[in-house]
Design a protein around this ligand. Structure first.
Ligand code: MG
Length: 159
């Protein structure tokens, strides 16, 4: 069995008038994430981890923010495409681990739903999708609630 590990990072600004979508789940908050697609920063970091594991570049290469085709795109659909790409090369996800760094809102009540959405999209068991949430202890731009960032690692396996 072959294994590959990938690392993904993403950050988006918090702004008024946008929805806050994390792992495909719409979370009630007075601010949302800005971006060309739905700005689902969690899903973006996971996709970059998947691509990185196979040295396939990053999501900007596959879904350029300059392409109107991806305006407002549902990131779960992009995730499905990245999953199909790694599968076409003979790889599958063993597990994902991720950390969402956000000062507010409290994300703990929504983590189960995010895990379920991502697991369903990737046809994985829920115990293979790790999502943790932490604050930035009020430090820096994330601590000032100017944005939300996510770190993710993905382990791929191939027979
Ligand atoms: Mg992004």
């Amino acid at each position: 069995m072959k294994i590959r590990v990938g690392n993904g990072y993403d950050i988006h600004r918090l702004v008024e008038g946008r929805s806050l979508i994390l792992g495909g789940v719409k979370i009630p908050h007075h601010l949302g994430l800005d971006g060309h697609s739905d700005a689902d920063v969690l899903t973006h970091a996971i996709m970059d981890g998947m691509l990185g594991a196979l040295s396939l570049g990053d999501i900007g290469h596959y879904f350029p923010p300059t392409d109107p085709k991806w305006a407002g795109a549902d990131s779960l659909l992009l995730l499905k495409q990245v999953d199909a790409l790694i599968k076409s090369r003979g790889w599958q996800i063993n597990n994902i681990d991720s950390v969402i760094v956000a000062e507010r809102p409290k994300l703990k009540p929504h983590i189960k739903s995010m895990v379920a959405k991502l697991a369903q999209t990737l046809t994985l068991d829920c115990d293979r999708v790790g999502i943790k949430a932490t604050t930035n202890e009020k430090l820096g731009p994330v601590g000032r609630e100017e944005g939300i960032c996510v770190h993710a690692v993905v382990l791929l396996v191939s027979d």
